[in-house]
Design a protein around this ligand. Structure first.
Ligand code: 1GP
Length: 255
């Protein structure tokens, strides 16, 4: 069975980086879903993320079925709450919002979800989820009722990530929020990279090849891109090029 963590860990050992294309269930009417998925497959996206803060219709299952008809690229749920579990996906990011101090998103939703998750057969990835101020009033900050980490305090982000790792969370995810005007700064990613050994995912406001390259160069193992791909059809080749700059390098030999 597919394991997101094993895949990311192996790629990290090989010095390879990955791209996840985020498909927002709530916007599925607003863009050509099949075309977006097909383009992502052509440009060798490594994973599809499906999810968002708010989902207002039962579309996740159909989205997943449609993706499965087109490709065997792994499908990862990126849930906003316990109501967003869909067992037909491959994996689920069990997000603990450790940048915030709202118990509901640190542990509350997880208690509600746990019995269903245990039975779901999904590959569950415990994730240290950290929102970073992306200079935008993003939905996630409002819905989660939390304050994001300051973008210019890499030390605070590093300590937060360390705490997440010590608590046993396996993936660190830095998110400036969907549609963020400012992506997670390179200095902050680098500080977190130096602080933890987990794979690091970075997302929010990555809308150019240059921003993707910066995040990867600073230490991201996985970049997550949503809005940019919906809005700009030229972005996928730019992202692929940014990844190729790293993935064509000679693999790091595992000591
Ligand atoms: C995933 O929220 C991000 O971490 C996605 O953000 O839609 O801005 O790419 P964008």
């Amino acid at each position: 069975p597919f394991s997101l963590l094993a895949t990311l860990t192996k790629r990290r050992q090989e010095g390879r980086k990955s791209l996840a294309v985020l498909l927002d269930p709530d916007k599925v009417e607003q863009y050509d879903f099949v075309d977006t998925v097909s383009r992502a497959v052509r440009h060798q996206a490594d994973f599809f993320f499906v999810g968002g803060s708010l989902i207002t219709d039962y579309v996740q299952r159909d989205m997943i079925a449609t993706i499965r008809k087109l490709t065997d690229t792994p499908i990862i749920l990126f849930p906003g709450n316990a109501a967003h579990i869909e067992p037909s996906a491959d994996s689920l990011l069990l997000l603990s919002l450790i940048s915030g101090r709202n118990a509901e998103f640190l542990i509350g939703q997880h208690v509600v979800a746990a019995p269903l998750l245990k039975r779901s057969g999904l590959d569950i990835v415990s994730t240290a989820y950290m929102l970073v101020d992306g200079e935008a009033q993003t939905t996630v900050s409002y819905i989660s009722n939390t304050t994001p980490l300051p973008h210019d305090k890499p030390g605070v982000a590093a300590c937060t990530a360390m705490a997440g790792e010590l608590l046993g969370l396996k993936l660190t995810y830095l998110d400036a929020g969907s549609g963020a005007r400012r992506a997670v700064p390179a200095a902050l990613i680098a500080a977190v990279r130096a602080a933890v050994d987990t794979p690091i995912a970075v997302g929010g406001g990555i809308n150019s090849g240059e921003k993707a390259y910066e995040a990867l160069a600073a230490g991201a193992d996985l970049i997550v891109v949503g809005n940019g791909i919906e809005q700009n059809s030229d972005l996928l080749p730019e992202l692929t090029a940014a990844l190729a700059a790293f993935n064509s390098k000679i693999p790091i030999v595992n000591e």
